[in-house]
Design a protein. Sequence first.
Length: 107
Amino acid sequence: MQTVGIKELKTNPAVLTKTVESGDYLLISKRGKPFALATSLENPMFDLGLKTWLFTRAFADGGISLGQLARALDKSVSDTAKLLSILGIPVLDYDLEDELDTLENLS
């Protein structure tokens, strides 16, 4: 992994292209502190973890449905629900008190 300051990157953007094309990572620092990480979209990391993180985050934020998440991850809905459970992400979003009130009103 190479490291470059953001100011240097502005004056020499080729360092980004060369590093990423070689399959390496580029750590970009700002005022001496890590700021960003650049890598190729062909990096296997995207298939191994980042893709799952991105899509589960979209589900947790309400951006996609459980079915859409399952299709994006190429898993069954059941396996996707298990994954969400392991990650501590609720599969169903409802208020238990509201549900109990509804049941009480029905009887």
